[in-house]
Design a protein around this ligand. Structure first.
Ligand code: HEM
Length: 418
């Protein structure tokens, strides 16, 4: 019998009920690393679970295209998401192939270099301090849901600053992107029986929010990412409206939930491995490797889909033109051939060649920013959190794509700001 038909690897509901399928991936890596899956309710796909294979495929965007979309949708959802009146019409770099992809990526890549991110140092540190101050409150003691009260707030503030989203619109953009990504989660999804109508409405609202910013930055350009995007050109022509709005959307949505899920998963890992939290408190200089370990451990982007543009042999399996190929980063990040004791959480792991930010053509554009913002919050917590423990059962988001916890109840004691 086959190890898996793939349903538990891809279904949002399976992730919500059973969590991340590490047991299955461990078996697949050992027994069937390029595994053909025929899950009920989804198109068939190849599950790629080894680190080396994820690298090989990611580095050949001509043979494995992103243009058909990066999520394997449930049958029937394709029409909902791709509806031309909804956000399906927006064009995003993550779903472009070279050479077009390169031209669009170059528009914003200068904003995401380590040097450019340095210019945000003060804003990032202030955000981390404010979030932890709020947690400390008057007494320094309390209970919170770390997911919503802390981990969501920090990247929200930073991305909003970069993208020109005014403070009063922050809750709107948070709600809209939650609805976009967790559209299967009963707690987060947009209300309404008609999923297609809900998706169209969601696309419209996102479009309106970003359109306001674009018009403002065209009239009054400033020195920020929002202005860069609003006034960008491709081959000497102004960037199209769908591409411009798509760029705002991908920057915000790719940057927010991912960073948030890494932070929540990281906090949980530190609570469950108190020796590692203690080590970070004693050695704050380990914060860089701690962030890398947290991204490896949590792998907030669980997978990316590619479609083969030609026949391809991999470990004796024949991938055919048109086949879906799913790159499971979370599995590659536990690959025994690459990581010593991959199921141990070690904040000083070195080397740590994780693929949490992908690799190759589409390597995460925001990786420097994601690293810097996580470091700021972790350091603030390590400096000030005297004591903490879980205060209830963590809850998994109904999503197999950007995975993580939607609730992390905890109790804590925090020192006031120095
Ligand atoms: C811990 C946080 C993050 C994780 C785990 C993460 C993960 C990833 C991964 C795996 C990819 C590769 C997609 C592919 O190969 O198809 C990617 C691409 C991307 N990420 Fe991130 N990301 C994070 C944070 C951010 C942030 C903060 C931003 C922006 C502010 C961002 C913007 C992007 C963009 C624009 C792409 C598409 C790049 C392209 O197509 O060339 N990400 N990310």
């Amino acid at each position: 019998m086959s190890i898996t038909d793939g349903f538990d690897l891809i279904s949002n509901h399976a992730y919500a009920e059973k969590g991340v399928p590490h047991d299955l991936w461990t078996r697949l890596r050992a027994e069937s690393p390029v595994h053909r899956c025929h899950p009920a309710g989804f198109a068939p796909f190849w599950a790629i679970t080894k680190h080396a294979d994820v690298c090989e495929i990611s580095k050949q965007p001509d043979a494995f295209s992103s243009a058909d979309g990066i999520i394997l949708l449930e049958n029937g959802q394709e029409e909902v998401v791709r509806d031309s009146q909804g956000f399906g019409a927006m064009r995003v770099i993550i779903e472009m192939d070279p050479p077009e992809h390169r031209a669009y990526r170059n528009v914003t890549s200068p904003v995401f270099t380590p040097r450019a991110v340095k210019a945000l140092d003060a804003a990032i540190d202030r955000s981390a301090r404010e979030v932890v101050d709020r947690l400390a409150g008057e007494t320094g003691e309390g209970e919170c849901d770390f997911a919503n009260d802390v981990a969501a707030a920090h990247p929200l503030r930073i991305l909003s600053t970069m993208l020109g989203v005014p403070r009063e619109s922050e809750p709107d953009i948070l709600r809209l992107t939650n609805e976009l990504f967790a559209n299967d989660d009963p707690d987060l999804q947009r209300e309404g029986e008609d999923r297609q109508q809900a998706a169209i409405q969601l696309g419209l609202e996102l479009y309106q929010l970003f359109d306001k910013i674009i018009q403002d930055r065209r009239a009054n350009p400033r020195d920020d990412l929002a202005s860069l995007l609003a006034n960008a050109t491709i081959d000497g022509e102004p960037m199209g409206m769908m591409e411009t709005v798509g760029y705002y959307l991908i920057t915000f949505s790719a940057g927010h939930d991912t960073t948030k899920n890494a932070l929540v998963g990281g906090m949980r890992a530190l609570l469950e491995h108190p020796d590692q939290f203690e080590k970070l408190k004693q050695h704050p200089e380990l914060v860089e490797s701690a962030v890398e370990e947290i991204v490896r451990w949590t792998s907030p982007v669980n997978y990316m889909k590619r479609v083969a543009t030609r026949d391809y042999e991999l470990r004796g399996q024949s991938i055919r033109t048109g086949d879906n190929v799913i790159l499971f980063y979370a599995s590659a990040n536990r690959d025994e051939e690459v990581f010593v004791d991959p199921f141990d959480f070690r904040i000083d792991r070195s080397p740590n060649r994780h693929l949490g930010f992908g690799i190759g053509e589409h390597f995460c554009l925001g990786a420097n920013l994601a690293r810097r913002s996580q470091r700021a919050l972790l350091l603030e917590l390590a400096r000030r959190m005297d004591w903490a423990e879980l205060a209830g059962e963590p809850q998994q988001i109904h999503s197999g794509f950007v995975v993580g916890l939607k609730k992390l109840p905890m109790r804590y004691r925090i020192k006031p700001a120095a």
